[in-house]
Design a protein around this ligand. Structure first.
Ligand SMILES: [Zn+2]
Length: 241
């Protein structure tokens, strides 16, 4: 039985050749003890600066998947994220789910939104993350036409739900491994930082500290996305909805 299994062509594996061309990168296949931290949906005037301070403290280079609409409201923060050595990436203009959009809307949410974000950031934007991780069948070619690489995540903290205590670690732990991409959000869970605090929710800077502690406890090290992608082949998948 084991013998017949090993004779299966590799193309049956979902993350092998066919998917090496299309879809979003979920993780990097590597033995190197490295991971990458990402933040979505910002920039946010109260949360992003607090997260940046913690990242500085640990000397970590993260990726910020920004909404162009947010970037237009807070252009100074885009510059600050960039100046502190992090990658500016696109998360669409307004966070609409790609599978629900027609071509014209997709062009605005991805291609034009990217140009507008680059104009604010003053640097090229190379990475893209579809909202909810859903590529959609039209989203895949749109991302390629836009010459961006789509990046999903391996370990989800579920921080958007509004978490308390060590919840974020419980969620992220099982997929925290070499080559993992970690998902967080640099916006308040409730929409307001004050509201988050009054409900006793874990702040995003506290979440970052919790995760960095856990990452180090496991002998892993956060590195830049470029560095992670050099460590091995990317595992890609397409999510149509
Ligand atoms: Zn998002």
């Amino acid at each position: 039985m084991a013998g017949s299994m090993t004779r299966l062509p590799k193309s049956f594996r979902l993350d092998r050749p066919v998917h090496a061309v299309f879809g979003s990168i979920y993780e990097v296949r590597t033995e190197e003890p490295i991971v990458h931290l990402t933040y979505d949906d910002g920039p946010h005037p109260e949360v992003t600066p607090a997260v940046l301070d913690v990242l500085d403290e640990f000397g970590i280079e993260a990726t910020f998947f920004m909404l162009t609409r947010q970037a237009e409201r807070h252009p100074d923060l885009v510059g600050e994220v960039c100046r502190r050595g992090h990658a500016i990436a696109l998360h669409t203009r307004t966070h609409r789910p790609l599978p629900e959009l027609g071509w014209r809307q997709l062009i605005d949410e991805v291609i034009t939104a990217r140009k507008d974000l680059e104009a604010i950031a003053g640097v090229p934007v190379r990475w893209f993350r579809p909202p909810y991780g859903a590529d959609g069948w039209r989203g895949v070619p749109i991302t390629r036409v836009g010459k961006m690489t789509s990046v999903a995540w391996t370990a989800d903290t579920h921080d958007w739900k509004g978490l308390t205590g060590e919840d974020p670690l419980r969620n992220a732990r099982k997929n925290l491994r070499p080559g993992a991409i970690v998902l967080m959000h640099d916006v308040p869970a409730t929409g307001s930082r004050q509201e988050d605090e009054s409900r006793g929710l874990v702040t995003k800077e506290a979440l970052t500290r919790l995760l960095v502690d856990e990452i180090e406890r496991r002998g892993l090290q956060p590195v830049s996305l470029d560095r992670l992608l050099r460590a091995g082949p990317p595992v890609k998948r397409v999510r149509l909805r």
